[in-house]
Structures are given as C-alpha cells and as structure tokens.
Design a protein. Structure first.
Length: 92
C-alpha cells in the first residue's frame, strides 16, 4: 500500500499530470501495480528495469528501495514531456 501511496504522491507532486491511470491486481501469485500518467515524465527517456535504474541512479528512490526489499520487479518507462509508466510486480 505504501508503494501505491508514494507513486500517486510523486505523480501529483512532480509530474503536472492531468490524467492518471492506476491498476492493482493479482496474477500468478504476484501483486501487479501499474501507474500511467500524462505529465512531464522523468528527465530521462526510455524503459528501464529496477537494476538498470539503480545502476544509473535514476528514478524514484523510495519506491525502488521498497520493491527491492519485497523481492519485486519494477519497470519504468519515461517519455519526457509526455508522461511515464511504472509497472511493479511483487511476489505474494
């Protein structure tokens, strides 16, 4: 729940989005969270995994830390000026 709260807070605080799509579900014993917005995106462009974001020191630090602690996976797709998409999968 904290990951969802932080995701929505970051979108509201930093993106300037006018539209947010959030989905939460279960699939193959994993919680799946997806958040998409039409805001400013991150200052970098492309699709990155959790490992890539940590190696490059990019993306939302607290969300990355929580996903890693829970043994999850994260994928972030950023399109500067067009928005971002965050997909998280956490084993149950």
């Amino acid at each position: 729940m904290q990951i969802v709260r932080e995701t929505l807070n970051n979108i509201q605080k930093h993106s300037g989005a006018t539209r947010i799509a959030l989905s939460i579900g279960m699939n193959n014993h994993r919680i799946e969270i997806k958040a998409e917005d039409n805001g400013s995106g991150f200052p970098f462009s492309g699709t990155f995994s959790l490992d890539e974001l940590e190696l490059l020191r990019l993306g939302p630090v607290s969300i990355k830390r929580r996903v890693r602690m829970l043994g999850g996976e994260l994928q972030l797709d950023s399109k500067p000026g067009q928005g971002a998409s965050l997909q998280i999968r956490i084993p149950v």
